[in-house]
Design a binder for this molecule. Structure first.
Ligand code: C2O
Ligand code: CU
Ligand code: CU
Length: 536
């Protein structure tokens, strides 16, 4: 399908601003009565706030700066590694905290209360262009951090938005044209944990992070001088032979014999993890990309693809004085087979990598102390009670299809198309406030984590692949009962998702979150049109 002409696109891009004058009482976003999603108490209120706020001058509750710059950190013994890192600072205000992590390239952890208005000054002190994308948050188009919004060396981009989303483990990373993958490998990524009173009630300590254990999982290759080696595999993307947690190799933590909330992010470019405990205790999943689940889910293992997050409750009370490890368990990464490019010793990793995609390895060792000293001591699973009903999603009969394929010369496509910075095709147009289903159809031989900006969706239905030899090694590890912004789509699988696009109109993106696929072409724009704009 052909792209829209520039003039139409520019016109449509005005839709976000168009929302402003439409607010003169004609369009009430809080009354989204017909939506089959029962999200109104959690999101409807916030939507109303957000749009009312747009009419007034922006007065931030807090102002922070994030500066991307080069530095050197000790990762391996010996020479320090040249990295790129976001340095965070709280400039003024309240309701938002910025925690820089010591001795690592990763971070900072921004923690913000839902409803707060934040101004973020992004200073680019790199020698190349970049931009920050707030992954998982709904923000106005000009704050989405798309490739066309990238700024050059020495420049500053100002983001102003209200946090209208519920509590959840959002994060941020670069998104410049063709350079996302390598900038992330160099170190640029941080957490943006939003909390609210609902979450604080369900999981004590949510507002301060007191019981949080951030676990950002990445993989890297190093050269003999301890420098990051960026050598992606053509098919699979970048697979490193060392696993880093929060930027550290051989990660180990000393924790008390009590309950903790492990906030896991797969911040890797391309590697998929099959998370499990070394002692075979189940993983108690309490949240996904878009926040807490309606009820905890107990899993023997959990799959986590690049971009996905999962909150796991871990109660170490019965392990006092012992050690337990969070591992990635072995799986077959696709029906090209373990002996093909994906699995075995050959080519599954980057050149020189000894860690194939699907291999088993330790991620994080937990040394459990003998006594819990914290007060109160959190024990087993918190009772979750959240304000949406995930069971209420209708099973749409005719979802919009999005076919994932590899064309000739290793070109990844979505519905046969590649990324074009300003193009939006007819089947990439949606209306604001519209609830609809899309279906990812993976006609390729490897899994893809499919991500949509500016929305949280729910998985409605999975149609498993015909060939199940690899699927059977991962299918028990899918957590589909919560809000998601990135979802695993296995080779041969179809995944139907449903979502409501609101409250912002404008152009956003969707793409595979294997960053090499995204940079190569497996990314597209979609347009949220304002239903009140003339001529649409
Ligand atoms: Cu985390 Cu467009 O991505
Ligand atoms: Cu995103
Ligand atoms: Cu992909």
């Amino acid at each position: 399908m052909k792209s829209q002409s520039m003039s139409r696109r520019d016109f449509l891009r005005g839709a976000g601003m168009g929302a402003l004058f439409l607010l003169g009482g004609r369009f009430d976003l809080s009354g989204r009565g017909g939506s089959p999603f029962q999200v109104e108490s959690a999101q409807g209120e916030a939507n109303g706030h957000a749009l009312r706020a747009q009419m007034e001058p922006f007065v931030p509750d807090a102002e922070i700066s994030l500066t991307a710059k080069e530095k050197y950190v000790q990762i391996l013994p010996g020479a320090r590694t040249r990295v790129w890192s976001y340095e965070g600072q709280l400039l003024s205000g309240s309701g938002v905290t910025v925690q820089n992590l010591p001795d690592t390239y990763l971070g900072p952890i921004v923690r913000a209360q839902s409803g707060k208005k934040v101004r973020i000054l992004f200073h680019n002190q790199l020698a190349e262009e970049s931009v920050i994308h707030p992954h998982g948050l709904r923000v106005p188009e000009d704050c989405d951090g798309q490739p066309m919004q990238a700024i050059g060396p020495g420049q500053t981009k100002v983001y102003e938005f209200q946090i209208i989303d519920r509590a959840g483990p959002y994060w941020f990373h670069p998104h410049p044209m063709g350079r996302t993958a390598e900038q992330v490998v160099m170190g640029l990524a941080g957490l943006f944990n939003v909390w609210d009173s609902e979450e604080e009630t369900a999981v004590p300590g949510a507002s301060t992070g007191a019981n949080d254990v951030p676990v950002i999982i990445q993989d890297r290759n190093f050269d003999s001088g301890n420098q990051f080696l960026y050598n992606p595999n053509m098919l699979w993307g970048y697979l490193g032979n060392r696993i880093l947690v929060n930027g550290k190799p051989n990660a180990a933590l000393s924790l008390e014999p009590r309950g903790y909330r492990l906030r896991l992010l797969n911040g890797s470019n391309a590697r998929t993890y099959k998370l499990g405990w070394s002692n075979n205790m189940p993983l108690k999943v309490i949240g996904t990309d878009g926040g807490l689940l309606p009820a905890a889910v107990s899993k023997s293992y959990v799959m986590l693809m690049p971009g996905e997050r999962v909150d796991v409750w871990a109660d170490f009370a019965s392990l006092a004085g012992k050690q337990v490890a969070l591992r990635s368990l072995s799986f077959n990464p696709g029906d090209m087979g373990m002996g093909g490019m994906g699995g075995g010793g050959m080519g599954g990793g980057s050149m020189g990598s000894s860690l194939a995609n699907g291999a088993a390895f330790n991620i994080l060792t937990v040394n459990v102390g003998r006594k819990a000293t914290s007060n109160p001591v959190l024990g087993p699973l918190p009772a979750l009670s959240v304000r949406y009903n995930a069971g209420n999603v209708p099973n749409y009969a005719t979802p919009r299809p999005f076919t994932l394929e590899m064309q000739q010369r290793m070109t990844w496509t979505i519905n046969g198309r590649v990324y074009e910075m300003t193009a939006v095709a007819d089947d990439e147009m949606v209306y604001r406030d519209e609830t609809m289903a899309w279906e990812w159809i993976n006609n390729s031989s490897i899994p893809h984590p499919m991500h949509i900006h500016n929305v949280q969706f729910q998985v409605v239905q999975r149609t498993p692949p015909a060939a199940t030899s690899s699927y059977s090694t991962i299918s028990q590890g899918l957590v589909d009962s919560g809000w998601k912004d990135t979802v695993l789509v296995w080779p041969g699988e179809r995944v139907k998702i449903a979502m409501t696009f609101a409250p912002y109109a404008g152009m956003y993106m969707y793409h595979c979150h294997i960053l090499e696929h995204e940079d190569m072409t497996m990314m597209r724009n979609y347009m949220i049109m304002d239903p009140m704009m003339p001529g649409m």
